[in-house]
Structure formats: structure tokens, C-alpha cells
Design a protein around this ligand. Sequence first.
Ligand SMILES: *Cc1c(COP(=O)(O)O)cnc(C)c1O
Length: 433
Amino acid sequence: MTARPDSQPLTLAPWLDGGYRHIWMPYTQMQTAPEPEAVTATQGTRISLADGRELIDGVASWWSACHGYNHPHIRDAVARQLSQMPHVMLAGLANEPAFTLAERLAALAPGGLERVFFSESGSVSVEIAMKMAVQYWLNQGRPERAKFVCFTGAYHGDTIAAMAVGDPEDGIMGRFQGLMGEQFRLDLPRDGDTRARFELFLADRAPECAAVILEPLVQGAGGMIFHSPETLKAVSKACDAHGLLLILDEIMTGLGRLGTMFACEQAGVAPDIMTLSKSLTGGTLPLAATIAGGDVFEAFLSDGLDDAFMHGPTFTGNALACAAANASLDLFETEPRLAQVKAIEAHLTAALEPCRGAAGPWGAVKDVRVRGAVGVVEMDKIEDMNGLRARFTAEGCWIRPFGNIVYLMPAFTIGEDDLTRLTDCVVKVVGGG
Ligand SMILES: *Cc1c(COP(=O)(O)O)cnc(C)c1O
């Protein structure tokens, strides 16, 4: 790792400064944020910068690049598809990558999940799941069942309806309260107390509700909050008892991140509707899937268009993205992804433990926890977010803390050396080094 010498110009990428005056970056206070690093290439678990430095990627590009960057199998599949047919509309026309992917996802998904609706982002796949749930009841003459039960600490995306089932406590989403439909937000039924309140609520209000929506086992962007398979089971049982649909948002947890293909497998629970995105294409192209059970799908069948699901993003079933997703699924079959996640879990568990009790200039550590390839160091509060991020970058690691959370979610293919450098870096920086 070479630090950027003071004598070098700040940017060696001619497009950076010009573009920075016009681009609007995500989740960024444009007035105070430092200029972003200019990336020229990615390979494996490394990010190459224009000034010659290289960063070890600890977050796999927002948890999506599960096979590392530039895996030749995905690259080749996308190149082949690109030369043949990048896109053709899905209404009335079929393309092989989308149809093959639908069949494969249905075979892979738990329980009776069998109908796949494609979109281009996780948030939209959540909106689709919510629309499906409401129309499921509408089609059965139950228009009053239109509300959702969601949980403290949840994150389901940035679009309006997805925000409404997230936890707006962080203040950012709370500002849109007026725009969003009011939903029911409860504490997860983790113990006797919260379970009793959950039961009491459902006994009273379930007839107004279409579905319960939850990220199984790990609530991600809401703060990397873990819950047990028993909690997930309790939610699933309550849904059955009160006739509610269960939507599991596996956008972060699905496709191996927690050591099983889907997190809900660990609780022996199958939802009525599941959402997938993030690592669906191995982090190469935007794609999301909303997968519905046969019972849900059947409620949309009739001889009139009124009952049909009226939704269709322009790029739904995009052949290029679906080809990437098929190639990504191939890799789960041909390379030992789940075993790699287990090894990462063991490494993170041992290597992050020294953070427990640490108190450096960035704040005091409140908790250290690991599940699958998710390693979390929770701080009381992060004092200087921009400073902390810059500190990690200076150490040669791409680690993006948010809220009060420092976390690692690397590619499943990360080597022992790179993983050690990431965990060493977290231990050192959090400890004040
Ligand atoms: C990232 C995420 C989303 C939103 O996905 P986008 O592709 O960013 O719209 C929804 N739910 C969960 C659990 C996520 O982690």
C-alpha cells in the first residue's frame, strides 16, 4: 500500500473533477463529503485507483459482488449475451436467459415459491411484493386488507412504499412521512414480552393487514441487527394463524450471505413472497426478483384483465442481466460458495473479537457480532464519519461504516490474506491505531 504523496495532484483521472461538478452522489452531503476515489479497475477483491493505489474491498460493492469482481464465467456469459441480444421487451416476447433464470430460481427457492417477477432494483422488487400482497386480497374481495406489518430496525429500500415499511428512526426517511402510507411498525417478537405484544396486535388488527414484511435473521441497512431463527419461526407461525401473507426480503441475506442459499432455510420457514437482488447477478448488472408462491399466483387468475397483476418495468426480464444471474447461479453450483462463507464466518468471529471493549478516538465499541459473511462492530456512536472512512482508506481497505456500524461483508471468494488485512485494519483503526 502506497499513501498518496503530497506532491501528486489530487486526481489523475481527467473525468473526475469535471464530472464531480455535475453528478449527485448517493447518501452524500455534497457540501462536506470528500471527493470520491477515482476507480479505474476492479479485480477479485481489489479496487484499483487512478493514482495507482489499490484497496481491499471489505463490502463487495454494497454486498453484491459475492464472487469477487470480474469473475471470468460471468464476464463471458454477459459478453456472449451482449453480442446476441442485450434486451427485448418481455410482454408477449420470451427470451431464453429470463425464462431459464425463472425456472432455476423457482427450483432453488424454498417452499412453494414458484412464480418469478423480474425488476431492476431491490426497492422496486419490494414495491412489487407489496402490490402483489394487496392485490392478492383485492382479487378475493377483501380490499380492507391493505396495510403492512413491519419491524423496528427494518430497511426495505428507498422508494416511497419501501420506505414506509422501513424504520424511519434514522431521521432521513422520517422526513417523507407525509408521502408514505401509514403502516404498522412493531418490535420483533424476540422474547415473551414482544411476542405477547405482537400476538395481541395481530389478534386485533390482522383483518386490516395484507402481509408481514421482514428481513430474515439479519436486518441490514437498519443497523445489522440479528435475530434468531426462533424469532423468524414465531413471525411465520403468527402469519399462518392470522391468515397474513409473509414477505421475506432476502435482498441482503439471500444467495449465501448467511451460509445457506436463503436465510429462511435456517428457520425452516418458507414465505409467501420473497425478494432477491444485490448479489443476484454477482454484483455485475442491476436485477431483482420477486418470487411468489403458487397460492398467491392463483389469486391473479381469471378471465378478466382486472385480476391480472398490472405491473411491468420497461426493462423487466432484461436478457443481459438475466444471463449474468444464470452465470452467477452456475458459480454457486461449481464453486464452494457456502463452505467459503463458513470459513469467512469462523475467521471474522475470531479476528474481530479483539474489538470487543475497545474505545478509540472514533468511539467506544458496544458490540461485536458475526453471522455468515457479515462481521459487525457496533459502536456507541461514530464521532467523525468522514474521518473514520478516510482512515480505513489510508490503511488500504475499502470499508464504509454507516450510522454507528463498522462492518465487513466481503466477497465469498476473498483469500485468507486479504481477509486478514481487512480484520487487522478494523481492529487497529477501531482500537485507535
Ligand atoms: C439493499 C436493500 C434493498 C434495496 O435494494 P436496492 O437495489 O438498493 O433498491 C431492499 N431490502 C434490503 C434488505 C436491502 O438490503
